[in-house]
Design a protein around this ligand. Structure first.
Ligand SMILES: [Zn+2]
Length: 482
């Protein structure tokens, strides 16, 4: 694009993130207006959230609780005193010309996210604030919808510890999954309940000095975020290598062109003239309250990952996919009584069930017509070698796609399946493939294939191939001459 590969290799990418999460409380941050996505424009507004004179904001306690939960999950210090401030700026989606936010005394400070490599990405702080309204361009006009104005948000501000796109994606996925587990937000990037501003700079490898910071906005998926940052890295290297200078600015990502474009020069904190909001009470929290919240916290994704891989023996790959979602892993926990069942059910969830559910939100909601006890029964049948694992998978797909009861399908399958004596069939298969049997006894592993093939043909594919293999191998061990 702008630079050569050997130029790119001289630099490293440095990123810090500001992650905004809309909290899924019932009402707004400072007023009783309802929070609902997709409502008719300007129906959920009142004098408080539209900034009418004399209106007094009252803090939503639940929002504070949710923010504390996130703080604890990211190992932050929860400040027993914090304060709301006015962030002053004008924009049409902000009718009172200031946003109620936190600056000097945020609710949570410190903290970190641990990446898979063991590296820590430090969190500077988490503060609470209210969202602004939304500007829409439609039919040649520009409209403002104030429904979103006043929605409680938390902003998680990281230190510039992220190097490279992989770490960036891992960090944001971690935050997203954690918020989902805590049940504090639906964290959908497409709907804007999770939004990230990425600060991107570059520096020569091994250099200590950070480069000029450019902020990128407007990315509504993790994939786009990765693309935007990759583009921005190349652009910045190109600018520096051509002898020009970078300047501090805010850029927006255009996903149709896959480029970032300049929006405005980046403001400094001092531009906003923060000062404590005289209308909003300071926040004092009892230490015992924080301890109570800590005790009531659900199991978090990294704890669950450890349990799945260590205790259940589910592969790391499968566990990682599963723990991204809260409801599917709850389903797994409820439906499996032991490690063997858990391994089988986990594979069904990320296999046929996830292929059926397709979208991210459908996977998270996990509304399927199969109950925990039904899937448990099917797993037991597979373990007991009554149904082969591939046939079990077919039954699950049939149940999901045709909305049929899994129990009924299992019953039908068992009553219609050909009853056969697997021991006898294996014995006959060995006798019908004497040469292959000899070859196997003489050390040719592959010679087992034609014998197994005969078993599968005789049972019309209904035999459990793993069980048949075991039987054949055991029988061949006892034979010395054939
Ligand atoms: Zn309101």
């Amino acid at each position: 694009m702008f630079c050569r590969k050997n130029q790119l290799e001289k630099y490293e990418l440095v990123c810090g993130l500001e992650t905004h999460i809309e909290l899924s409380t019932k009402s707004k941050m400072f007023c009783p207006c309802k929070l609902e996505f997709g409502a008719r424009p300007n129906v959920n507004c009142c004098p408080v959230c539209t900034g009418a004179p004399g209106a007094l904001p009252i803090i939503n306690q639940r929002a504070i609780r949710f923010a504390i939960m996130m703080g604890l999950a990211l190992s932050c210090r929860i400040n027993l005193f914090s304060q709301m401030e006015r962030k002053n700026y004008f924009y049409p989606d902000l009718p009172k010309s200031y946003q109620i936010s936190q600056n000097e005394n945020p609710l949570c400070t410190g903290g970190y996210v641990v990446l898979e490599s063991g590296k820590r990405i430090r969190v500077n702080h988490i503060h609470i604030e209210e969202d602004a309204g939304k500007i829409k361009s439609e039919d040649g006009g520009i409209y403002i919808d104030y429904n979103r104005g006043g929605t409680p948000l938390i902003e998680i501000v990281s230190e510039p510890d992220i190097r490279g796109v992989r770490e960036l994606c891992e960090y944001i996925s971690f935050i997203q999954t954690t918020a989902r587990y805590l049940g504090i937000s639906d964290v959908r990037m497409q709907e804007g309940s999770l939004r990230c501003d990425v600060n991107v700079s570059i520096r020569l490898k091994e250099s200590e000095r950070l480069g000029v910071r450019v902020e990128i906005k407007n990315m509504n998926s993790i994939a786009f975020m990765a693309k935007a940052v990759e583009y921005e890295f190349k652009r910045q290297v190109g600018v520096i290598e051509s002898g020009e200078k970078l300047f501090q600015e805010t850029r927006r990502y255009d996903d149709s062109l896959n480029i970032t474009q300049s929006m405005r020069e980046k403001e400094n904190v001092s531009d906003y003239l923060y000062f404590p909001d005289p209308d909003v009470q300071d926040i004092y929290i009892e230490k015992s309250e924080v301890e109570k919240i800590e005790k009531s916290m659900p199991e978090l994704p990294n704890q669950k990952l450890k349990r799945y891989t260590k205790d259940f023996g589910i592969s790391k790959l499968v566990s990682e996919i599963l723990v991204k979602y809260s409801n599917p892993s709850k389903f797994l926990d409820k439906s499996s009584e032991n490690a063997d069942q858990a391994v089988i059910i986990a594979n069904w969830i990320i296999g046929p069930v996830f292929s059926f559910l397709k979208t991210e939100s459908a996977k998270e909601n996990f509304k399927i017509g199969i109950s925990c006890s039904e899937i448990n029964k099917l797993a037991s049948l597979v373990i007991g070698k009554k149904i082969s694992s591939s046939n079990a998978k077919k039954i699950i797909i049939k149940s999901l796609e045709n909305n049929l009861s899994l129990s009924e399908l299992i019953k039908d399958y068992i009553s219609s399946s050909i009853s056969f004596d697997i021991e006898k069939i294996c014995e006959e298969a060995i006798l019908n493939n004497k040469k292959a049997a000899r070859d196997y006894i003489n050390g040719k592993e592959k010679a087992l294939q034609p014998i197994l093939g005969t078993v599968m043909a005789k049972t019309k594919g209904q035999a459990n191939i793993v069980a048949a293999k075991d039987i054949i191998v055991n029988k061949l061990k006892l034979i010395t001459k054939i």
